[in-house]
Design a protein around this ligand. Structure first.
Ligand code: C2E
Ligand code: CA
Ligand code: CA
Length: 562
């Protein structure tokens, strides 16, 4: 039974057998949405099959969600089109229903449900909830549509890693390899023949790679580096292709040299996709500049390089004791009052052996080794110490944001630890902001949701970092108790104001609806400032205003402003 005024409006699937509820929902929703009423999971399944444009949201009566209907939800989550569709359970606010709901935890069904809506239905609540969930869903869809690299059609980095992880999880017994190839001197080709030539070479190369038997899917990791997950049967083909420097591809120019690296993935491995890629790159590095060899297979000899990385990690403990880690501050500019509205604390390692190092180099290693937890605590404490100093000497103070790594959440007492620390320095909680990266959410949603809630209840401001950087999860946004959304710099820098569906615009609209403030990161030009300002953004963080600067310089920066 279909109700709804306009054709072309979004579909909502409703599983509900009570006539009063049906009438109510019709009154509330039918003006704006095309409603499809069903009485059980089986009927609902038929509607899903039938609807060509898919459904934007499912409203399902909790009581009807007996075994078969939860089966429906499971099924939906397994289908690509419905993997993230909001599924909202409607229920009486009764203890019996709560008890039933708790039981769901065991079956894993809880995770597949997006939200709850209590009966009796109130018009404004239902409308608002439905509207914001649909917007949330659409925005994450738009962001996730960026999963393909425009030039080659291969996955972009984050998505590639994610797909590899998924594939391995589903096929733990298969013999697989990570295959990476790297064009030598692409920079020079770009300079000599133009970027178009460079692009054409990358594209042709991906095409050729995809033709190899056993090629599963590819990703473009960096400009000139293409990766792929391949089956074992691909290996002989790759060996044959890489007899030649140009892999036998007909490029418009001669003398293109491609180096290849292969990493054999162990069955049931615990290594992350990025680690496999790194190893394939290590293999390539070993044959750099070696004439006549274009394929290198990672083997245990290469573990030596990993040992070198380990050295960095081992040095870290001593470096911490010697206070070689230094906190820099990057101001956040408040667009509304035209002043500095805060700053982010970003760590640097100033080492006599390795020189000045940006965190991009060592943080990933520390995250792997677990040392990040010590370092983070050190940074938080440095920030507290410095904030206390500013306060006591009457210097200007602004809220400071610190980064909390995904690994920090392994500590069940994280919230208490930070509260204790901040209190021991007498810092007001609302001046201490906590940045949690969006991608951390998927590691351990429950733990993160719980800890973030505790931060929030203690009066800290919580910022969701790197929103839109890779795979965006709708649940992170709807379940985490956050105040501020930090838009990743890729969203800001890749923005096309003339595009029909600008990710920047959609994300900002979404943030407004969910009442989050916005920090736009990586703002480098005046046009970007104007654009964010015109869309109603609150804060800007980027080189346009200031790079991360040492403490003294930051103090002067604030003084000057006064
Ligand atoms: P993030 O948290 O996303 O920090 C923002 C990064 O963007 C900083 O890089 C900053 O220097 C850079 N940035 C800011 N404005 C611009 C701009 O206009 N253009 C460009 N191109 N870049 C801009 P940085 O300092 O190298 O830090 C990199 C990452 O390392 C951080 O990304 C964060 O994830 C991590 N990190 C830094 N300090 C810490 C720390 O104390 N603890 C933890 N766990 N992670 C940290
Ligand atoms: Ca951050
Ligand atoms: Ca960020």
């Amino acid at each position: 039974m279909k109700k709804g005024r306009y054709s072309g409006s979004k579909n909502i699937l409703i599983i509900e057998d009570n006539d009063i509820n049906r009438v109510q929902l019709t009154e509330i929703l039918a003006q704006r949405y095309a409603l499809h009423f069903t009485r059980d999971g089986k009927e609902a399944h038929d509607v899903l099959e039938e609807l060509q444009d898919g459904v934007a949201l499912v409203l399902a009566d909790f009581k009807l969600m007996k075994q078969e209907s939860f089966e429906l939800i499971h099924q939906m989550r397994r289908m690509k089109v419905y993997r993230h569709t909001p599924i909202v359970l409607t229920s009486e606010a009764s203890p019996a229903d709560y008890a039933e709901y708790e039981k769901l935890e065991e079956t894993g069904a809880q995770e597949e449900i997006t939200d709850f809506l209590m009966k009796p239905f109130y018009r404004s609540i239902v409308l608002k909830r439905v509207e914001s969930l649909i917007l949330l869903y659409e925005t994450t869809n738009i962001i996730n549509a960026l999963e393909k690299d425009a030039l080659t059609g291969a996955y972009t980095k984050e998505f590639f890693y994610r797909e590899v992880q998924n594939y391995l999880k589903e096929n733990p017994e298969e013999s697989l390899y990570m295959w990476v190839s790297d064009i030598e001197g692409l920079k020079i080709i770009n300079e000599k023949y133009g970027i178009e030539m460079g692009d054409a070479i990358i594209r042709l190369q991906e095409k050729a790679r995809e033709k190899v038997e056993g090629f599963l899917f590819g990703g473009r990791i960096e400009g000139d580096k293409l990766a792929a997950l391949v089956q074992e049967r691909a290996v002989p083909y790759i060996e044959e292709l890489t007899q030649k420097a140009d892999m036998g591809i007909e490029f418009p120019i001669s003398k293109v040299v491609i180096r290849n690296g292969l990493y054999r993935i162990r069955k049931h491995t615990t290594l992350m996709a990025q680690g496999m890629y790194d190893r394939a790159i290590l293999a390539i590095n070993r044959i750099k500049d070696t004439y006549g060899i274009y394929l290198s297979v990672y083997n245990d000899v290469l573990k030596k390089d990993i040992l070198a990385q380990r050295q960095v990690v081992e040095n870290a403990e001593t470096a911490l004791e010697k206070r070689q880690f230094v906190v820099y501050y990057q101001p956040k500019f408040d667009l509304l009052n035209g002043k500095t509205g805060g700053a982010e604390a970003l760590v640097r390692w100033i080492s006599p052996e390795f020189g000045f190092m940006n965190p991009g180099v060592f943080i990933p290693l520390f995250e792997k080794s677990g040392f990040i937890r010590k370092l983070d605590y050190y940074v938080w404490e440095e920030v507290c110490r410095e904030m206390k100093e500013w306060k006591e000497s009457g210097k200007p103070t602004v809220p400071i944001s610190v980064n909390v790594s995904r690994r920090d959440f392994e500590d069940e007492n994280l919230a208490e630890k930070i509260i204790g620390l901040v209190d021991s320095y007498g810092i007001e909680h609302e001046l201490f902001h906590i940045e949690v990266t969006e991608s951390a959410y998927s590691d351990n949603p429950e733990q993160i949701t719980k800890t973030v809630k505790a931060f929030h209840e203690a009066g800290f401001v919580v910022e969701l970092d790197d929103f839109g950087a890779g795979y965006s999860s709708m649940s992170a946004l709807s379940e985490m108790d956050i105040d501020i959304l930090k838009l990743d710099m890729s969203i800001v820098q890749k923005d096309n104001p003339r595009a029909e569906k600008s990710v920047l615009e959609c994300s900002m609209k979404l943030a407004k609806m969910l009442k989050f403030k916005i920090v736009a990161e990586g703002v480098e030009t005046n046009e970007q400032v104007e654009r964010i300002s015109s869309l109603g953004g609150e804060y800007i963080q980027g080189f346009y205003y200031s790079k991360p600067i040492p403490k003294d310089e930051f103090e002067r920066y604030l003084m000057k402003e006064q």
